[in-house]
Design a protein around this ligand. Sequence first.
Ligand code: PEP
Ligand code: MG
Length: 888
Amino acid sequence: VKFVYDFTEGNKDLKDLLGGKGANLAEMTNLGLPVPPGFTITTEACKTYLDSGEEPAALRDEVSAHLDALEKEMGKKLGQADNPLLVSVRSGAKFSMPGMMDTVLNIGLSDKSVQGLAKQAGDDRFAWDSYRRLIQMFGKTVLGVDGDLFEDALEAAKKSKKVTVDTELEAADLKKLVTKFKKIVKSEAGRDFPQDPREQMDLAIKAVFDSWNGDRAKLYRRQERIPHDLGTAVNICSMVFGNLGPDSGTGVAFTRDPASGHQGVYGDYLQNAQGEDVVAGIRNTVPLADLEKIDKKSYDQLMQIMETLENHYKDLCDIEFTIERGQLWMLQTRVGKRTAGAAFRIATQLVDQGLIDEAEALQRVTGAQLAQLMFPRFDEEAEVRQIGRGIAASPGAAVGKAVFDSYTAIKWSRSGEKVILIRRETNPDDLDGMIAAEGILTSRGGKTSHAAVVARGMGKTCVCGAEELEVDTKRRRLTVNGTVVEEGDVVSIDGSSGKVYLGEVPVVPSPVVEYFEGRMHAGADDADELVAAVHRIMAYADRVRRLRVRANADNAEDALRARRFGAQGIGLCRTEHMFLGDRRELVERLILADTDAERENSLKQLLPLQKQDFVELFEAMDGLPVTVRLLDPPLHEFLPDVTELSVRVALAESRKDPNENDLRLLQAVHRLHEQNPMLGLRGVRLGLVIPGLFTMQVRAIAEAAAERKNAKGDPRAEIMIPLVGTVQELEIVRDEAEQVIAEVQQATGVRLKLALGTMIELPRAALTAGQIAEAAEFFSFGTNDLTQTVWGFSRDDVEASFFTAYLEKGIFGVSPFETIDKDGVGSLVKSAADAGRATRPDLKLGVCGEHGGDPESVHFFHEVGLDYVSCSPFRIPVARLEAGRAAS
Ligand code: PEP
Ligand code: MG
């Protein structure tokens, strides 16, 4: 194997081997752009080292050969006393991990060569400053010395000189500082700072390898779901200096605006400075456009290079560059990060420029970006008072009164107040408060903190880890830079930017949602540019996708919205949602019925109500399939709370005024109480033990369909049986249903074609799908229950209890209730789909669990050959887009 590649040998497609930075440096070198010469040590070398604890034997020789070549090219030797070659040693993984791993600059400086550098540069101060930077960086990252010790010494030097900025220290001061730094190294690391340049380089390479397994890097990878076994490459690059005077400098640039996508000159420049100075914000940068006045030649060359890069990468690129005494050098480029809106705009702009085709444009955007564009936003024009900023943990814009405990959150929200729950961090006890709040704000914790994970799960706006905020839950207030926010003060939080504002910031609806709702049309004015881009990309996606997209909707209003959003039917109508509110009492009576007559009477009262529900739903979805699922949930959900009821009964007894109905209810509640209601009397089991319940529902569906037909409508109802575990259950329900449908046909004289199918949401159903398909015309995978039963995870409890720990330990990168667990639950879906189709080749297959609207899961369902996914109305555009991306 070859462990080292010269920049002239690699290219941008070798990111696995050379890391992102190395691959792109090679690409730029080959494009003839001015890249300081250098070479890259591969991720393979890193992996070998990390596995065995030793650098591969061949590595040293290969590095020597490449260093020789570099020295020849540069006409000077590494660390050469009179004219030293200096190099940087930088990490560079396949996926960018900003700031997570190590970098050492100015390798090659020593007590001797610092003099040579001073002479060559004609600048003593510069040379000693470079040397002290090397000792500082090397001491900290390679030798593990506490970085604060160097910072403290630097501060002390400035204090004794009575200056405030580094640049005011002179050569003599820096020389003294070098002596001090070397002492720190000696006492802290127990060794001298190495004077041998090759030893410096070798130790730095090893340190970069080791930094792959640093705590910060590991945590970052878990959060970003980057595999742990990729390793990092190491780039050795000859140093160029932006801090050699006013004709030098350093900057960053974008080939187009990463916020709007517009072409133009975007970036920052800092004269007479090195890269870290820009990042550290030590001095103020100037807009890149000002470089034209400072150094027109370099500016023109940079513009030229940016154009070359864009045309070559066919995408927005970001760039780091340095100018050393009027000579421009490219230090890095990569395809740049952008906002969600810019991603859509740029993709269509590039199509218009003829750089990419429509299929490629579809790959340039994601469902997650589209989802982000669908959240309401704060009005950008509004005057705001920002008081802090945390991590954007769950998008959205939330406004409400500050409350500092869950109890108050619940109490206030019950009385109609909007509240923001503010905590240092949340824990499972805060769950009810989080549900009651408009949004959640914490001062501690990252993207996988309890608050963040739970809020995302609930679709609630959340900003976490806003560290400047001092949250004092005892005194019910927070303090931030002298501002005090008391309980009841209004705050606004932006879950997309992490910004926290005092007072109410007006919220504007998302233009993308307005567009899907049909209230805004593409291309009217500049503000609609985004909408026009979304419109075009959605059109590509719809043209190429194979998966159909349906909605989970239980009423006409949701159904109509879903239709506007592009739904091609309803994949799941949960009829239990039709029995809430006023109708609960009717269900209560059904459950309490002692005699057949009582039961039949309550069913008779329910029938017309159910029928009307279906008439409305079929009308809203006229011409499109509507899958109606027969009643599913545990019955006790329809009964009053046991404690409340017991108290009521006890009070009545003590007043010697017992209420007959309450007593019967209490008995029923006790009778129906289950330890594990999710695994109890629900789904098809209900239909089998409560005579007449399912047939009432089937009758309502059939009569509604007949009525719609008579009204010249085109109802396409499908009847779905939940929680089936064996084909026998299905057969019994099916026979009864067919009989009822025949009766309705007879009575109305309308011919009905009602498909009958089942959910596959129990492992046994998946395992016996071949048999079940004998009795089912369609399967709809209920991946919520299937995940619950395959993992043995209670879907109502685990996300708030131990999932945070699981996510932190990296057991999974994301909740299996959010993204389908391909290896476990997914493989059951696949085998059940195959077995079902083997029995019945025209079996229709869909999924209606939450996964139906999750981008990664949609790709999986495409791959296993389902016919459709069904999801909540707001996720339909995301599912359409991802189905298109999966197919193209
Ligand atoms: C499922 O289990 O995936 C499903 C869609 O049904 P419900 O969520 O109503 O149990
Ligand atoms: Mg279910």
